[in-house]
Design a protein around this ligand. Structure first.
Ligand code: MN
Length: 149
Protein backbone atom coordinates (compact mmCIF):
# COMPACT_ATOMS: atom_id res chain seq x y z
CA UNK A 1 0.00 0.00 0.00
CA UNK A 2 1.32 3.47 -0.86
CA UNK A 3 1.69 6.10 1.87
CA UNK A 4 -1.03 8.13 0.26
CA UNK A 5 -3.38 5.17 0.38
CA UNK A 6 -2.52 4.44 4.03
CA UNK A 7 -3.35 8.01 4.97
CA UNK A 8 -6.62 7.81 3.09
CA UNK A 9 -7.48 4.56 4.87
CA UNK A 10 -6.60 5.95 8.31
CA UNK A 11 -8.79 8.98 7.69
CA UNK A 12 -11.62 6.64 6.72
CA UNK A 13 -11.41 4.91 10.11
CA UNK A 14 -14.28 5.77 12.38
CA UNK A 15 -14.75 4.51 15.97
CA UNK A 16 -18.23 3.24 15.19
CA UNK A 17 -16.75 0.62 12.86
CA UNK A 18 -15.24 -1.12 15.87
CA UNK A 19 -16.55 -3.44 18.51
CA UNK A 20 -14.71 -3.66 21.83
CA UNK A 21 -15.12 -6.57 24.23
CA UNK A 22 -14.70 -5.36 27.82
CA UNK A 23 -14.01 -8.18 30.28
CA UNK A 24 -14.38 -6.76 33.79
CA UNK A 25 -15.98 -8.21 36.92
CA UNK A 26 -16.28 -4.95 38.86
CA UNK A 27 -19.69 -3.50 38.02
CA UNK A 28 -18.74 0.11 38.69
CA UNK A 29 -15.63 -0.06 36.52
CA UNK A 30 -17.54 -1.90 33.82
CA UNK A 31 -20.34 0.67 33.68
CA UNK A 32 -18.03 3.66 33.73
CA UNK A 33 -15.62 2.37 31.12
CA UNK A 34 -18.31 1.05 28.77
CA UNK A 35 -20.21 4.35 28.90
CA UNK A 36 -17.08 6.33 28.10
CA UNK A 37 -16.21 4.04 25.20
CA UNK A 38 -19.75 4.21 23.80
CA UNK A 39 -19.66 8.00 24.05
CA UNK A 40 -16.57 7.85 21.83
CA UNK A 41 -18.61 5.90 19.29
CA UNK A 42 -17.38 2.36 19.95
CA UNK A 43 -19.75 -0.56 20.12
CA UNK A 44 -19.14 -2.29 23.47
CA UNK A 45 -19.94 -5.85 24.50
CA UNK A 46 -19.41 -7.04 28.06
CA UNK A 47 -18.21 -10.14 29.87
CA UNK A 48 -17.90 -10.52 33.65
CA UNK A 49 -15.41 -13.38 34.00
CA UNK A 50 -12.56 -14.99 32.10
CA UNK A 51 -14.49 -17.97 30.82
CA UNK A 52 -17.41 -16.01 29.36
CA UNK A 53 -14.82 -13.56 28.01
CA UNK A 54 -13.20 -16.33 25.98
CA UNK A 55 -16.60 -17.46 24.69
CA UNK A 56 -17.53 -13.94 23.64
CA UNK A 57 -14.18 -13.42 21.93
CA UNK A 58 -15.27 -16.29 19.68
CA UNK A 59 -18.99 -15.58 19.32
CA UNK A 60 -18.90 -11.78 19.05
CA UNK A 61 -15.68 -11.38 17.05
CA UNK A 62 -14.64 -8.06 18.66
CA UNK A 63 -11.95 -5.90 17.03
CA UNK A 64 -10.20 -5.40 20.38
CA UNK A 65 -10.38 -6.76 23.93
CA UNK A 66 -9.94 -4.83 27.18
CA UNK A 67 -9.04 -7.46 29.76
CA UNK A 68 -9.13 -6.91 33.49
CA UNK A 69 -6.51 -9.36 34.79
CA UNK A 70 -8.14 -9.99 38.16
CA UNK A 71 -11.25 -11.96 37.19
CA UNK A 72 -13.33 -14.77 38.72
CA UNK A 73 -13.67 -18.31 37.27
CA UNK A 74 -10.63 -17.84 35.03
CA UNK A 75 -8.26 -14.90 35.53
CA UNK A 76 -7.22 -12.50 32.80
CA UNK A 77 -3.77 -14.01 32.47
CA UNK A 78 -5.12 -17.45 31.61
CA UNK A 79 -8.00 -16.06 29.50
CA UNK A 80 -5.47 -14.06 27.43
CA UNK A 81 -3.27 -17.12 26.93
CA UNK A 82 -6.26 -19.15 25.70
CA UNK A 83 -7.55 -16.42 23.37
CA UNK A 84 -4.06 -16.11 21.86
CA UNK A 85 -3.74 -19.91 21.53
CA UNK A 86 -7.00 -20.14 19.56
CA UNK A 87 -6.61 -19.71 15.80
CA UNK A 88 -10.04 -18.12 15.63
CA UNK A 89 -9.31 -15.37 18.15
CA UNK A 90 -5.53 -14.96 18.28
CA UNK A 91 -5.53 -11.97 15.89
CA UNK A 92 -7.67 -9.88 18.27
CA UNK A 93 -5.52 -7.29 20.07
CA UNK A 94 -5.74 -7.44 23.87
CA UNK A 95 -5.03 -4.59 26.26
CA UNK A 96 -4.42 -5.88 29.79
CA UNK A 97 -5.67 -3.80 32.70
CA UNK A 98 -4.27 -4.33 36.19
CA UNK A 99 -5.14 -2.55 39.41
CA UNK A 100 -1.66 -1.56 40.40
CA UNK A 101 1.44 -0.55 38.50
CA UNK A 102 3.39 -3.51 39.84
CA UNK A 103 6.75 -3.73 38.21
CA UNK A 104 6.75 -6.88 36.12
CA UNK A 105 3.03 -6.85 35.34
CA UNK A 106 3.67 -5.37 31.89
CA UNK A 107 6.18 -8.12 31.07
CA UNK A 108 3.81 -10.75 32.44
CA UNK A 109 0.98 -9.38 30.29
CA UNK A 110 3.10 -9.45 27.14
CA UNK A 111 4.20 -13.00 28.01
CA UNK A 112 0.53 -14.01 28.31
CA UNK A 113 0.07 -12.74 24.75
CA UNK A 114 -1.41 -9.31 25.45
CA UNK A 115 -0.55 -6.59 22.94
CA UNK A 116 -0.49 -3.70 25.39
CA UNK A 117 -0.99 -2.93 29.03
CA UNK A 118 -2.46 -0.18 31.18
CA UNK A 119 -3.17 0.42 34.85
CA UNK A 120 -6.37 1.16 36.73
CA UNK A 121 -7.86 3.59 37.60
CA UNK A 122 -7.97 4.18 33.87
CA UNK A 123 -6.75 7.46 32.47
CA UNK A 124 -9.15 7.72 29.55
CA UNK A 125 -7.11 9.76 27.06
CA UNK A 126 -4.11 7.48 27.49
CA UNK A 127 -6.20 4.32 27.11
CA UNK A 128 -7.99 5.71 24.04
CA UNK A 129 -4.59 6.39 22.48
CA UNK A 130 -3.57 2.77 22.97
CA UNK A 131 -6.91 1.50 21.61
CA UNK A 132 -6.62 3.66 18.48
CA UNK A 133 -3.02 2.60 17.87
CA UNK A 134 -3.87 -1.11 18.06
CA UNK A 135 -7.00 -0.79 15.92
CA UNK A 136 -5.06 1.07 13.23
CA UNK A 137 -2.35 -1.54 13.27
CA UNK A 138 -4.65 -4.54 13.06
CA UNK A 139 -7.30 -3.16 10.74
CA UNK A 140 -5.55 -0.96 8.19
CA UNK A 141 -5.07 -3.81 5.73
CA UNK A 142 -8.62 -5.07 6.21
CA UNK A 143 -9.99 -1.60 5.54
CA UNK A 144 -7.78 -1.31 2.47
CA UNK A 145 -9.22 -4.60 1.23
CA UNK A 146 -12.65 -3.05 1.47
CA UNK A 147 -13.94 -5.16 4.33
CA UNK A 148 -15.48 -2.14 6.03
CA UNK A 149 -16.86 -0.29 3.00
MN1 MN B 1 -11.33 -7.50 38.63
Amino acid sequence: MTTENSIRVLKAMDNNMFKILLIEDNEMNRDMLSRRLMRKGYEVVLAVDGESGIEMARSDAPHLILMDMSLPVLDGWEASRRIKADLETQHIPIIALTAHAMSGDREKAIEAGCDDYDTKPVEMERLLGKITALLELSNISRIAEGEFT
